[in-house]
Design a protein around this ligand. Structure first.
Ligand SMILES: [Zn+2]
Length: 467
């Protein structure tokens, strides 16, 4: 059988090679039986983007240039005011075009009153595009702008006029009980079975002790999942070590926060005893290697953490390597970054695909074996002399969004030949960009203030060791 003359089904990438030809068709699970396949196609269980923020207008496009995390965060002020439905629609559609139909969406809204309405619009967008979403609803009530004290800490680094202008714009948080009630209201109103509403404490440095405790208790009671950023930057490590002398991970364990219902994003600064404890408690880590490089957080101790039994997923965090939301390239980067220097690989292709597919499905709370991606495999091996290469290695070496040929989520065809079947991506994107441009007068003024806040933030942390 020639490479062009067959269809491949790759149910367990990296563990075993693909079924081919008739055997591939026979081995397909019922959920994939109706998916049209052509000669040269490869079908596999769909990888999951296990951490993201749903940028319809991507960060660079609204003038947010990569920087150290804390100096980058103020640039979120430049996010254009657009319709939350359209923003999510474009973000989800962009991802679906790459053959990925499940994502964590960490929603950015500081207004508890608006959260319910905005989240319902995100849910509607997910339904129209036809993808699965783990909807992480933001919860935060502590230390805006600066760790160890909040906005006041930046005052010495701003002239009095700038402080007068900027300080009223610091976020004011609703009482956390109200925020949590809003999350429960979103969950109660959600009628889309492909959306899983989750608690989204933004990060322990932005949460009071009482809020973290309340989330742990609520999750244990109602079974709702938690998705939280954890130990992303070196400065978070320094500050959390001061705030929790026993260690933040130990503290989270003491309050019952660690469980298989929890996924933590980044974990770049985790120590061995910490990832061992996370592994023991069944927590999942979501690694975002490009974001960690782009925001100068570093490289997570992922191979060691995985060796200790910690399950990990893979996320784009809105900051892919080529800024193109291509999870396939993200998988490649992660594979290369953590491959080590040994004669034999202990960080394998199987581990990467298990992370993206299996652990990813846990993080978004989706069933396995319901969602599939079709790849133009013949195109990937066009010039290959052998057609029996391990398909997982071929995918990790060459796969990109451009070779994603089909996407089927929960029995529904979402994308074929790079074109969405569900929504008009180009029209939605044009409308979104027009909305964003209409916000330019406000953003132009905001840009100047933002620059001052960034400078003050950098000055504040410049005294911190390791920064
Ligand atoms: Zn994130």
């Amino acid at each position: 059988m020639t490479a062009k003359g067959d269809i491949r089904f790759l149910p367990r990438p990296g563990h075993e090679k693909a079924f081919r030809g008739e055997a591939a068709l026979a081995a397909r699970p019922a959920a994939a039986a109706d998916i049209p396949l052509a000669s040269g196609d490869l079908i596999l269980p769909m990888p999951v983007n296990a951490h993201d923020h749903g940028y319809g207008i991507r960060t660079l496009d609204f003038g947010s240039v990569d920087d150290a995390l804390e100096a980058w965060i103020p640039t979120m002020r430049l996010r254009p005011r657009t319709d939350p439905y359209l923003e999510a629609l474009v973000a989800f559609a962009r991802l679906a075009k790459t053959g990925i139909g499940a994502t964590i969406h960490c929603h950015n809204s500081l207004n508890a009153a608006r959260l319910v309405d905005e989240a319902l619009q995100v849910i509607r967008a997910a339904g129209e595009v036809g993808i699965r979403v783990g909807l992480s609803c933001p919860l935060l009530d502590h230390d805006a702008w600066a760790y160890d004290g909040g906005p006041e800490r930046l005052r010495p680094f701003l002239n009095p006029e700038d402080w007068e202008a900027l300080s009223p714009t610091a976020p004011r948080y609703a009482p956390f009980r109200e925020q949590m009630a809003a999350v429960d209201a979103v969950a109660a109103a959600n009628a889309n079975p492909l959306v899983d509403v989750q608690y989204g404490p933004v990060g322990p440095q932005w949460c009071s002790d009482a809020l973290l405790e309340a989330i742990a208790e609520a999750s244990a009671t109602n079974g709702r999942r938690i998705h939280m950023h954890l130990l992303e930057s070196p400065r978070q490590r320094l500050w959390l070590d001061r705030r929790f002398p026993q260690g933040i991970v130990r503290h989270l364990d003491e309050i019952g926060f660690l469980s298989p219902r929890l996924a933590v994003a980044h974990g770049v600064q985790l120590r061995p005893e910490e990832y061992e404890l996370l592994a023991e408690r069944g927590v999942q880590l979501v690694s975002n290697p490009s974001a960690n490089l782009r925001l100068r957080s570093g490289v997570a101790p992922l191979a060691d953490a995985a060796r200790s039994g910690l399950r990990f997923g893979i996320g784009l965090d809105g900051s892919a390597f080529d800024d193109d939301q291509d999870l396939w390239r993200e998988m490649r980067l992660l594979y290369f970054l953590h491959g080590g220097r040994g004669l034999t690989r202990d960080f394998t292709a199987a581990a990467i695909f298990d992370a993206a597919i299996r652990t990813g499905s846990i993080v978004v709370n989706a069933p396995l074996d319901q969602d599939f991606t079709v790849v133009d495999y013949a195109g990937l091996i066009e010039d290959s002399l052998f057609d029996d290469l391990d398909e997982a290695e071929v995918l990790l070496t060459r796969m990109s969004a451009a070779r994603a040929k089909g996407l089927h989520v929960a029995g529904r065809p979402v994308m074929r030949d790079g074109k969405l079947l569900t929504v008009d991506f180009d029209a939605a994107r044009r409308e979104l960009v027009a909305q964003a441009k209409a916000d330019l007068p406000r953003l132009t003024a905001e840009r100047e203030r933002c620059g001052k806040l960034i400078a003050a933030t950098r000055a504040y942390y410049s005294g911190w060791a390791k920064s």
